[in-house]
Design a protein around this ligand. Structure first.
Ligand code: NAD
Ligand code: WQD
Length: 341
């Protein structure tokens, strides 16, 4: 049984990955400082998996805590590093908070791993590094654009740090560039629940449908796209979690072709904001009031992924439809999250 350390394992993508790892018989150790998550998610992980993973309330930026962690938890076979801040707008207002946590956390963690000779590392990157992509679909060779936000910049800098680190031989890395993660576990017990007001499309849709918001503002319908609204690649979080299981297995089984590997994770399908809202309404039978408002600053017009590399090398592909993603997000909103907001 491989022991996997998951930083940010109480968060949205982390919790689904913890469940997927347990399903595949890994022993999971979680580190999370609850800066953007809630401890009840640990109970929910246990409810789904019948296993309560070991949990440390520690900060990945705290070198003494990271040292204590690796001194205590021997034989860690791989680390999956989700812990970071992710609110794009907040990163513009408070860039240093983002540079400190996202870059400082990565460096501190890598230093501790080096000391304890733990090499296998999976990193959460983002399609935000592509900006307004010069080709569609976007593959991993597409040139990167200057980041639109300090948040996006942290992901780009972290990738560069990881490239340099692998060159020294002290780490084997798989960086995963997620497109837009959505949906929730089919049980409805875990899902996306950031602290504060969510600004991502799917939580805005489900909160509106639930009556917690008046309406959805669709940010612009005058773009040069078929229906005038922006296009994204929405990937179900459970499919995303499975890719992490595949990535960490690839590292442990020493199947890497290079010490630093990079994969896009999306569905390969572009979906407009209008299509997303229509799909939600059709799949759930629930109305999501919306109107067309002005464009949002910094929005990419359209982006979707070419995931051929991940399909081939990780032996992974997405399985869950957009309809099922909407149904699961709704179940989470209606059942999982009730009383916890
Ligand atoms: P999330 O906020 O739900 O999860 C992150 C978790 O990390 C939270 O539980 C938070 O409490 C914890 N954390 C943050 N800083 C920490 C620290 N210093 N020490 C310990 N724990 C800390 O976010 P998520 O959506 O699950 O995203 C996970 C990762 O994926 C992040 O790195 C994010 O940037 C990246 N990512 C997310 C998306 C997305 O749209 N959700 C897209 C691309 C990339
Ligand atoms: C999706 C689409 C909006 C809300 C962000 C980060 C990115 C990555 C994923 C972490 C866009 C439209 C949204 C609303 C709307 N995260 N929209 N009304 O901006 O693609 O990506 O999350 O790495 O880095 O930037 O996601 O969910 O905010 O928006 O019309 O109320 O929905 O304009 O076209 P985005 P999103």
């Amino acid at each position: 049984m491989n022991k996997i350390l998951v930083t940010g394992g109480i968060g949205y993508i982390g919790s689904h990955t913890v469940v997927a790892l347990i399903e595949q018989n890994s022993e999971v150790v979680i580190v999370d400082n609850l800066s953007n998550s809630h401890l009840f998610i640990l109970d929910r992980i246990e409810q789904i998996s019948d296993v309560r993973p070991k949990y440390y309330n520690m900060d990945v930026c705290n070198a003494a805590q990271m040292d204590e962690l690796f001194a205590t938890e021997k034989d860690i076979a791989g680390v999956i590093h989700f812990a970071a801040y992710k609110a794009v707008g907040e990163s513009v207002a408070e860039p240093l908070k983002y540079y400190h946590n996202n870059i400082g956390g990565l460096v501190t963690l890598l230093q501790a791993m080096k000391k304890y000779d733990i090499k296998n590392f999976v990193f959460s990157s983002s399609c935000s590094v592509y900006g307004n992509a010069t080709q569609l679909p976007v593959d991993e060779n597409c040139p990167l654009q200057p980041a639109e936000s300090p948040y996006g910049n942290t992901k780009r800098i972290c990738e560069e740090i990881l490239v340099d680190t692998t060159k020294t031989g002290s780490a084997n890395v798989i960086a995963l560039r997620y497109f837009n993660p959505i949906g929730a576990h089919e049980s409805g017990l875990i899902g996306e629940l950031p602290i504060g007001q969510p600004s991502n499309l799917i939580p805005v849709i489900t909160q509106t449908a639930a009556g917690l918001r008046d309406k959805i503002t669709v940010f612009g319908n005058d773009y040069n796209t078929p229906d005038g609204t922006c296009i994204r690649d929405y990937i179900h979080v459970v499919d995303l979690a499975d890719a992490h299981v595949a990535a960490v297995a690839r590292l442990i089984e020493e199947k890497q072709l290079q010490k630093y590997e990079l994969y896009n994770l999306g569905t390969g399908e572009g979906v407009s904001v209008k299509q997303a809202i229509d799909t939600f309404e059709a799949a759930t039978g629930v109305k999501a009031n919306h109107y067309y408002g002005p464009r949002r600053d910094g929005d990419v017009v359209q982006i979707w992924a070419d995931c051929t590399k991940a399909n081939k090398e990780l032996g992974w592909k997405t399985k869950i439809s957009l309809e099922d993603a909407m149904i699961s997000a709704w179940k989470w909103q209606e059942e999982g999250v009730r009383g916890k907001e």
